[in-house]
Every structure is written in C-alpha cells, then in structure tokens.
Design a protein around this ligand. Structure first.
Ligand code: TYM
Length: 350
C-alpha cells in the first residue's frame, strides 16, 4: 500500500482552503493507502514563537481531522513534537540542503517580509523540517494545497542529494533500492515524493479578492469561511462574496479571466465531488443571485456536521489527548526504524 503523509499547522482557525486543499483529500485517501496525518506543532513556532493556547490549537486540528472522517484507529494521527525523530532528521537535512535553496522559497520571502535578517532561523529552515516529516516515514504521496508545491519540490531535491551523497554508504549497509529519477538511475534510500495537488480547488481564493489566496492571516474575516463558522455566518459571507456582473458560463473554459467566478465554481465542485464542467452543466447561464444560495446551502450541508462534531470532540480533551498519544507512539516506532538506518548511513555510533 502506498504511504501517505501530510501535516497541518496549529495556527489560527482552519478555513475552507485548508479543508478543500488538504483535509478533505486526507479523508478520501484512507481507503486505499496507509496514512499518517500530523499536527505540525514544531512548524507553528517558526513564525511566532509564543502562542497563547498552543495546546488548544493542537487539539482543535486533531479534532478537525477526526470530525472530517479520518479514522485514527486505522491510520495514524499525532502531533509532530511527540516524535523527536522529525527534528533529528531535519538537522541532518539542514546539512544536506543549501542556504540558497531555502532563500528561494516564496513562502519564506512572504513570511519574512522586508526584514529578512530578523526572521527566525527556523523560518528559513522550515522546508527541511517538512522534508523530514515526510521522509522519516519514507512516505511517497503527499496531499497538499497548491501553495505547498515548491516545498515538495525541495523535499525531492533534499532526498535526491542525500541519496547521491551517501550512495556508497547506503549500498555498503545493504539499504535502499535501485530507482530511476528523471533519466538518472540511482540507488536510493529516500523515495521520490509525489505531491497530490489536483482537484477542482487546489488553491481556494479569498472571497473578497479572487487573485489572493484564502488565508488565516487575511485581516478581513469576510475573506474566508472558517471551519467553525455557523450557518448564518457562512450564508452571509457567501452572499457578500465578490463576483462579476455576468451570468455563469456553461463550460469551465468560460471561467478564464473571471477569478471570483472560477473560485466559487471550484468550491462548489470540490464540496460536491464533481468537476467544474459538471457544476456548470447545471448552473451555466444562471446569475450569481441564483448560484450563491445554492453554494451557501451546499457549504452548510457539508460543513455543519463537521463543525458540530469538532465542538463535541473539543469538549473531551482527554479523549483527543489519548488519540494523539497513541498515534505518537505508533509514529515514533516507525520513525525510529528509519533513524537507526540513517545514523548508520552517516556513520554515527549507536
Ligand atoms: P498549512 O498549515 O499552512 O496548511 C494546511 C494545508 O492546507 C492547504 N491550504 C490550502 N489549500 C487550498 N487553498 C488554500 N487557500 C489553502 N491554504 C492552505 C495547504 O496547502 C496545506 O496542505 N507546510 C505545511 C504543513 C506541513 C506539511 C508537512 C504538509 C508541514 N510538514 C509535510 C505536508 C507534508 C503548511 O504550512 O500547511
């Protein structure tokens, strides 16, 4: 079975972008894969060190996973800091990756802003830790939103450089397999990682501006639908969502150059597990005054059971903590297996 890994940061409220770009895909992948889903608490201290209620945030992401339908018995749900092997492998990857690779990351540039000298070293090294998250399990498939694409390319680069730099040691220990990456045959310890980004809403945009990503940090709450929003708030936000004056086209091609229309149709498609063309076959020719209430209804129908279940789970923190603790134990066992080999490959005594 392919091994799937993904993570979500415990910062701020989860929004529809996180749900459609990531969590909904996590749920769908459970049937045919072995899945590991992680609350990446170590990542959440890179941009902001001190959090008022980090424990509560960690629990709420775990609650969102479970409320959305992830089965923590069949798969693994845990928080990153419970498995110190992530940080250990990240340190090794800090010595594999080059500063130039990190400097080129658009997310680093965005988050560090103008005062780059004053960003934390952790923010710069963020993608090393992300590569370690995935590769410490030697996972091969990673469901994420479009904004994580560059980080996953870097993960492939780190794996490739490690494999090449240590190839003789990997072989000497009898680890790894022969694979072809691009054109090049190599003996690899870490597999090449495949991002799973597709679907009708890989990048959910702000409801106020179809050219900006929906994000936790947008100052306008009207720009996003939060997973914890109640039905009235969802209705209001969709009613107020920016649109253009034209009717909907009858095919997805007609959405080009209409970012707000494309975004809302993409959201409808993702929430109903259909393609944009299928949605437009139904709504083509209609005005937003007809489409928006249908979208709002659909959003409430899909999200309100999740919101309700999240609230219920958050009322029983002992239960969530027990799930995370057990998940952490299972994850640690697997991660340690990789780390014993990695330490051998590098030449540490153990
Ligand atoms: P994070 O916590 O910012 O976001 C969690 C997931 O939500 C996706 N996402 C979106 N998808 C579509 N439209 C949007 N507007 C939108 N906003 C966010 C993100 O792409 C992500 O999949 N670095 C990661 C966390 C991470 C990770 C990993 C992911 C750490 N280690 C290993 C995969 C594998 C992050 O900050 O996601």
């Amino acid at each position: 079975k392919p091994l799937v890994f993904s993570g979500v940061q415990p910062t701020g409220n989860l929004h529809l972008g996180n749900y459609l770009g990531a969590i909904r895909k996590f749920v769908a992948l459970q049937d045919n894969n072995d899945c590991i889903y992680c609350v990446v608490d170590l990542h959440s201290i890179t941009a902001q060190l001190v959090h008022e209620d980090l424990r509560g945030q960690i629990r709420s992401i775990a609650a969102a996973f479970i409320a959305s339908g992830i089965d923590p018995e069949k798969h693994i749900v845990f928080n990153q800091s419970a498995v110190p092997q992530h940080a250990e492998l990240a340190w090794i990857f800090n010595c594999v990756a080059r500063i130039g690779w990190m400097n080129r990351m658009t997310q680093f540039k965005d988050k560090a802003g103008k005062d780059r000298e004053n960003a934390s070293l952790g923010l710069l090294a963020y993608p090393s830790l992300m590569a370690a998250d995935i590769l410490v399990y030697r996972a091969t498939h990673v469901p994420v939103g479009d904004d994580q694409k560059q980080h996953l390319e870097l993960t492939r680069d780190i794996a490739q450089k490690f494999n090449i730099d240590f190839m003789a040691h990997i072989r000497a220990r009898g680890y790894g397999v022969d694979i072809v990456v691009g054109e090049e045959p190599i003996h690899a310890y870490f597999p090449p990682v495949e991002p799973l980004i597709g679907g009708p809403a890989p990048r959910v945009m702000s409801l106020r501006d179809g050219t900006k990503k929906m994000s936790k940090s947008d100052p306008s709450d009207l720009s996003r639908i939060n997973l914890m929003d109640d039905a009235d708030t969802i209705l209001k936000k969709i009613r107020k969502a920016k649109t253009d004056p034209d009717a909907l086209p009858s095919e997805a091609d007609g959405l080009k150059g209409r970012p707000e229309a494309e975004n809302l149709v993409g959201i409808y498609a993702a929430l109903s597990d259909r393609s944009k063309d299928e949605v437009l076959a139904e709504f083509g020719g209609q005005q937003f005054s007809a489409f928006k209430p249908a979208l709002a209804d659909l959003a409430v129908t899909v999200l309100s059971p999740i919101t309700g279940e999240m609230r219920r789970l958050m009322g029983d923190t002992a239960h969530i903590d027990a799930i995370l603790r057990k998940g952490g134990e299972r994850a640690r066992e697997r991660a340690e297996k990789t780390m014993r080999e990695v330490r051998e490959i590098i030449g540490f005594l153990q």
